[in-house]
Every structure is written in structure tokens, then in C-alpha cells.
Design a protein around this ligand. Structure first.
Ligand SMILES: Cc1cc2nc3c(=O)[nH]c(=O)nc-3n(C[C@H](O)[C@H](O)[C@H](O)COP(=O)(O)OP(=O)(O)OC[C@H]3O[C@@H](n4cnc5c(N)ncnc54)[C@H](O)[C@@H]3O)c2cc1C
Length: 502
């Protein structure tokens, strides 16, 4: 089933956090015979993948695009279940509609030839370069996936597996010496095409002008392996992961914030929830790794100092708008690009301030699920990249400025929302920190803005305390729903391996 049968198991495992990483880890551990209790501080599971409903509108508050569907298939399969019986993954085409400041608009397509044609409308030469670029991104995926995504490579035993070792020696193919932007620019010449492919670095909260070109694996994940919507809404994944967790015997406790992880200097022993001690043979922590070391675990000051040196990923500002009227010029996913992308990232990562001309992302799930908005209305999820939390920021003021900017930019594109927004809910970087405990409000854990980022990312097994494991976007292999889910699966498998028969 999952290659782990046969060994003994740790009796009681406590999972801290009901994000997708925590849920995946809990499912995997219960499937392999552990007694699992999951404590989630909020009243609703899912973490950043969450749900907001009001006035007949339904919004996914976080992720809007699902990639690597096979990860979820594996999770269900290993638990003796069948994902398609519960969740329908729907390919999205056009994948995204791009609006440029010069008035040009193109649809990026999941179909390779249609994508070539779309790019060719911007630049015939770049249209021709597209398939070479896709092939280049596929080579990076082939060279990196086994080591960096599907195995806990920080563990020597895993790295030394023949398959991983082979892949490790192909690492010269991962294009780590250039940045995303310089590699994309070497394939394409039209700045609009370059901007389109540079944007993929933001899928894990990084800066295309600094992140290694290895991140060019991301366009392959979307265009080569496919981008999906989940019928009924993205939150359906959380609902079905929770249902699966219950079926395999996980004891889920909501509104149960873990206050401390107790240890004896060498090994974790228990957690404290609402002042009560809960003994544990092992703990799988889905809370942000940096936040957990700062606030939940005492006595690891050196580790805290090291973790604080790692740069958090981008944060974001979300407007959820219930909008009267149907705007046929918009697709399910839409991007309104800024004029100067490099300047946008300088503001985000150097100045740590809101860009004065941010790129705007708009998702409308009403396109795929009409019941997500009242008749003749749309549910707009508007996302702007924002810096992680730093001194001197004023989020109340920034919300007002950003709202004005978005409305003006839309008006310039011919979409006037004046008097049409009948419902608004806003999420700021401070909210991401307050609601989910994410380090500095980051939404993808740590950025990949340096060549060594993948190697410095916190591993799934604590280097300091036996019996402590980490799962989620802030640990290996990183942020995004499929990777955070994989992280839960990898951490659970490591726990099984190390705690069995101890
Ligand atoms: C606006 C936005 C858009 C995004 N878009 C996409 C997208 O399109 N595609 C994609 O793949 N990804 C996207 N992501 C990223 C994706 O949502 C995350 O990477 C992923 O959901 C993180 O999962 P996680 O397991 O790290 O847990 P988190 O979501 O971080 O959840 C951690 C959980 O732990 C709980 N917790 C923390 N501390 C404690 C404690 N002390 N006690 C108990 N519980 C605790 C929190 O309440 C939370 O529920 C987006 C994220 C955001 C915010």
C-alpha cells in the first residue's frame, strides 16, 4: 500500500494544526496504525486553504488553482480510498487571462499549440520559442522532482537510495546559477512574455529577479502536468481530507490551540492545550516552523536565531467582493500586470512596502460553479502580492490605497465596479499571521530567493528533539497545496520509520 507496513508504531501521535499538511500527515499516520489526535486552534480546519460565505456568496479564501493532482490521489489511495469518488478535479482552460498595461490581452492555454498561438500574438519569435521553453522546464522537473519533492532528501538514508542518488548527480541540470528572470529572458524577447513566465516564481512566494532558475519547473507543473479547479470550490479538498481523516480514525479537535510542546531536552513528551497536558510519543507540527520554535518550544534559542535568518515568502492582500453584474470579459483566472515588474519586486522585498502599481489577480469561481454567487452576480477573489510583515507598515491605510488602485486599474481596462460591490471582506498580511500563525504573515512559508534555499528549508524531522516532526509550507518541500500535502506525507513516513520499535 505505502511500503511501510510491518514495523511497529508510536502509540500516540499529536498533530498540531489542521492545514493540508497536518491533515495529510494525520491521515497517513492513522493509516499506518498510529493513534492520532489533531489539535487545530481555529473553529474551521484548512488553515490558509479556507472558506468564507456570506450574503449568498461563497469564496475560497486562499488557493484557487490546484496542481499535481496525483499527490492527492496517492494520499487517498494509501488510505484505501479513491479520490475521484469524493472530489472532481476540473481542468481549467484558459488557464489564465492576462491583461497588459498597453491594453493587450491574451489567454494562456493548457493546450500546448493554443499556448504557442497565444504567445505568437505578442511575438511570433517567442511563439516559436515556447515549446523549447516547455521542454527546458520539463528537464528541470525530471532532474528535481524525485530528490527535491518526493523524498526527504535531508535524510542521508533517503538521499542514498539509488534512484535519488542518480538524480542528485544530475543536479547540474537544474539551472541554479541563473535567476528565473535571466533564464526566462534567454528564451523569450518580448517583455510581456517574459513577465508572464517570471510570474511563476510567485507561486511559491519568491522574487523572479533573485530566485534560482530551478523554479522554472513551475510552468511545467502547470502547463505540462495541468492546472485544476475543484468542482464545488477549492475548500472541498479540505472537507474531503477531514472526512477521510475521520474515516481512518483521526481524533480531530477544533478550537484547541496548542500552547507548548513539552520536552526533556532530548525528546518531546507532551503538548499543552488550554492548560491541560496531553502526553505524546511523537508530535507532528503543522504550525509554521519559525513560529513554533519562537512560541511553542522552549530552550532552542540557537535554532530560533538560525530560522530567523531565512527570508519569509511573499504575503498577500485579499479582497473578496460580491459583485453585481456579469463581466464577460473576465475568465475564471485573470491577471492584470503592473507596468514595471522589477520595481514591484524591489518594493516587495527590498523596501518591504506595498507596491504602488501591484499586479492584480482576480479569480471568479462563479464561472465554474454558478451557485457561488446569487443570480447575475459574481464572487471576486482579488489577490495582490504584499511584503511580509516588517516595521513601518500601515495595513489599514494600505487597504484603502490598494482598493483605489484596483478599481482604477479595472476602470482603465473598461470594467467599472462603481456601485456594484455589495459585499466586501479583506485579508491583510497581519491577518495571515493572526489567523494561522504564519511567520511574518508569509503565505508560502519561506521564500526561495537564494540558490541554497531548498537546502536551508527546515527538514521534516527536528534536528534538536527526538520525536518531533514538521509538515507544511514552511518545511520541506515547501509551500503550495500539493507540496504542503506532500510535506505531511513525508513527515508521517519519517515518523513511522524513526519511531517504530524505538
Ligand atoms: C491568498 C493565498 C493564495 C494561495 N494560492 C494558492 C494556489 O492557488 N495554489 C496553491 O497550491 N497554493 C496556494 N496558496 C498556498 C497554500 O494555501 C499553502 O501553501 C497551504 O495551504 C499551506 O498549508 P500548510 O499545511 O502549511 O498549513 P497552514 O495553512 O499554514 O495551516 C496551519 C494550521 O495550523 C494551525 N495552527 C498554527 N498554530 C497552531 C497551534 N499553536 N495550535 C493549533 N493549531 C495551530 C493554524 O490555525 C492552521 O490551521 C495560497 C495561499 C494564500 C494565503
Amino acid at each position: 500500500m505505502n511500503g511501510l507496513e510491518g514495523a511497529g508504531v508510536a502509540d500516540q501521535v499529536i498533530v498540531i494544526g489542521g492545514g493540508v499538511g497536518g491533515l495529510a500527515g494525520a491521515i497517513r499516520l492513522a493509516t499506518t496504525g498510529h493513534r492520532v489526535t489533531l489539535f487545530e486552534q481555529n473553529s474551521q480546519p484548512g488553515g490558509k486553504m479556507n472558506l468564507f460565505e456570506a450574503g449568498g456568496y461563497r469564496f475560497d479564501t486562499g488557493p484557487s488553482l490546484l496542481t499535481m493532482p496525483f499527490v492527492f490521489d496517492q494520499l487517498f489511495e494509501a488510505a484505501g480510498d479513491n479520490r475521484p469518488d469524493h472530489l472532481e478535479f476540473v481542468p481549467v482552460d484558459p488557464v489564465c487571462r492576462y491583461f497588459y498595461p498597453d491594453g493587450v490581452c491574451i489567454d494562456s492555454s493548457a493546450d500546448v499549440d493554443a499556448m504557442q498561438e497565444a504567445i505568437a500574438t505578442l511575438s511570433p519569435a517567442d511563439g516559436k520559442a515556447w515549446k523549447h521553453f516547455l521542454e527546458y522546464t520539463r528537464r528541470i522537473y525530471d532532474a528535481t522532482a524525485d530528490v527535491f519533492l518526493f523524498s526527504a532528501f535531508q535524510e542521508w538514508r533517503h538521499l542514498l537510495k539509488q534512484r535519488n542518488l542518480g538524480a542528485f548527480f544530475k543536479l547540474h541540470r537544474i539551472d541554479a546559477m541563473r535567476t528565473v528572470h535571466s533564464a526566462v529572458s534567454s528564451h523569450f524577447s518580448d517583455p510581456r512574455v517574459v513577465q508572464l513566465f517570471d510570474r511563476y516564481a510567485t507561486y511559491n512566494g519568491s522574487d523572479p529577479y533573485r530566485a534560482p532558475a530551478t523554479l522554472n519547473v513551475i510552468p511545467y507543473v502547470e502547463h505540462g502536468l495541468g492546472g485544476f479547479y475543484i468542482k464545488g470550490g477549492m475548500y472541498r479538498l479540505v472537507e474531503e481530507m477531514v472526512a477521510l481523516a475521520v474515516r481512518v480514525g483521526v481524533d480531530l479537535r477544533m478550537q484547541a490551540p496548542v500552547e507548548k510542546i513539552l520536552h526533556n531536552g532530548k525528546r518531546v513528551e507532551a503538548v499543552v492545550v488550554d492548560g491541560a497536558r496531553h502526553d505524546a510519543d511523537a508530535v507532528l507540527c503543522n504550525a509554521d516552523v519559525v513560529t513554533a520554535h519562537q512560541h511553542l518550544i522552549d530552550g532552542l534559542d540557537n535554532r530560533v536565531r538560525k530560522l530567523k535568518r531565512l527570508e519569509p515568502s511573499l504575503s498577500g492582500m485579499v479582497f473578496m467582493w460580491g459583485v453585481r453584474g456579469i463581466h464577460r470579459e473576465l475568465a475564471h483566472h485573470n491577471i492584470f500586470f503592473s507596468k514595471n515588474y522589477e520595481r514591484e519586486f524591489q518594493m516587495l522585498f527590498d523596501k518591504r512596502s506595498a507596491p504602488n502599481d501591484p499586479t492584480i489577480y482576480v479569480a471568479i469561481t462563479q464561472r465554474a460553479d454558478p451557485s457561488h454567487a446569487p443570480a447575475s452576480c459574481e464572487n471576486w477573489f482579488v489577490l495582490l502580492n504584499m511584503p511580509y510583515l516588517a516595521d513601518g507598515q500601515d495595513w489599514q491605510r494600505t487597504v484603502g490605497e490598494m482598493r483605489q488602485h484596483v478599481l482604477e486599474r479595472l476602470r482603465n481596462t473598461g470594467i467599472d465596479l462603481h456601485g456594484k460591490i455589495e459585499l466586501e471582506e479583506v485579508i491583510t498580511p497581519e491577518d495571515f499571521h493572526r489567523l494561522y500563525g504564519s511567520n511574518a504573515g508569509s503565505i508560502y512559508g519561506l521564500s526561495s530567493n537564494t540558490r541554497m534555499a531548498a537546502f536551508r528549508r527546515p527538514p521534516n524531522r527536528s534536528r534538536d528533539l527526538h520525536g518531533l516532526y514538521f509538515a507544511g509550507g514552511s518545511s520541506h518541500p515547501g509551500g503550495g497545496v500539493p507540496l504542503a500535502t506532500l510535506s505531511g506525507m513525508l513527515a508521517a513516513d519519517l515518523l513511522y520509520e524513526h519511531e517504530a520499535n524505538r
